[in-house]
Write a protein that binds this ligand. Structure first.
Ligand SMILES: [Zn+2]
Length: 296
């Protein structure tokens, strides 16, 4: 019995020596993480509106960051149409938090149908150092193909800003195509397609074709929020990872979509997708540094 145990131990040590891996699975990137997709409550009674499992106060955000090696988090607010006072209040709240906490990146919002007032608000927050504007076609109820959205994307290009778009619509099956056309038509702006289209992710392979054209500026980025925990270990796994590599791992960002998803579980879901450590480092950290011009 003892002999048997010794034999098994030396066999596993031999395996570790040969492969560099323990039987608990491959080693993962363990360095700094930037979470580009965090919803934070900024108004009274808002902290339990997005999840039945967890609240999203400032305290909640700072708590998960410290337990998960998340050195920076993009804190998102979302604007309502026709209420500029509320939009400004929301944007001022995330800007104030980012000034108080160096680890928080302000992600402001406007509503495309607010026209000139939305542009003025983009200019106002841009002057305060804001780089990212959040837009959510489903929540904010607008069509991505509307001319007002194209005008807003043009404005974002002028200001050298990033538009963080939710990219899953349960109502508009053509939304991925509309988003790609918007990005192609406004290549001075950067676009993040949050959730990588979720169940519509194969449509994003169009980006692989776009890369073949000399005029395409690679201005489409994607975050893995929701898609990694939902589809990462599903029967779609191989297609998802293949699609990400075809688009280019350099374009992918980590996002947790807190409080809808638990950030620690979201990190684990990316680990479970089987990327190399080098790919994980890009997704978790260096790609976001490149997009936001942060010193890695
Ligand atoms: Zn979200």
């Amino acid at each position: 019995m003892k002999k048997c145990f010794t034999y098994a131990c030396s066999l596993s040590l031999l395996l570790i020596a040969l492969t560099g891996k323990s039987q608990s699975g491959p080693a993962h990137y363990t360095g700094k993480i930037i979470d580009t997709h965090v919803h934070i409550a900024v108004e009274e009674g808002e902290s339990n509106s997005m999840s039945t499992e967890r609240t999203n106060t400032l305290k909640d955000v700072l708590a998960f960051m410290s337990t998960a090696s998340i050195v920076k988090a993009g804190i998102i607010t979302m604007a309502q149409k026709g209420n500029m006072a509320d939009t400004r209040l929301r944007n001022d709240s995330v800007i104030a938090l980012s000034k108080k906490y160096n680890s928080l990146i302000p992600i402001c919002s406007v509503h495309p149908m607010d026209g000139e007032e939305a542009f003025a608000e983009m200019e106002r927050v841009h002057k305060q150092g804001v780089k990212i504007i959040k837009l959510h076609p489903n929540y904010q109820r607008f069509d991505v193909a509307a001319p007002e959205v194209a005008a807003l994307a043009h404005k974002a290009g002028e200001l050298d800003m990033v538009l963080l778009f939710d990219s899953y619509s349960p109502l508009d099956g053509n939304e991925i195509g509309k988003l790609i056309m918007l990005a192609v038509g406004n290549q001075k702006a950067q676009f993040i397609f949050a959730h990588m289209g979720l169940v519509n992710f194969p449509q994003l392979l169009t980006i692989d074709a776009l890369k073949k054209y000399p005029w395409y500026k690679n201005n489409i980025w994607l975050d893995v929020s929701a898609v990694a925990p939902i589809l990462g270990d599903s029967p779609f796994h191989d297609q998802l990872v293949w699609t990400m590599r075809k688009i280019g791992i350099d374009q992918f960002l980590f996002g947790s979509d807190f409080p809808v998803f638990d950030p620690l579980a979201a990190i684990k879901s990316v680990h479970a997708m089987g990327f190399t450590q080098e790919e994980e480092k890009k997704i978790f950290y260096t790609n976001a540094c490149r997009l936001l011009q942060l010193q890695p």
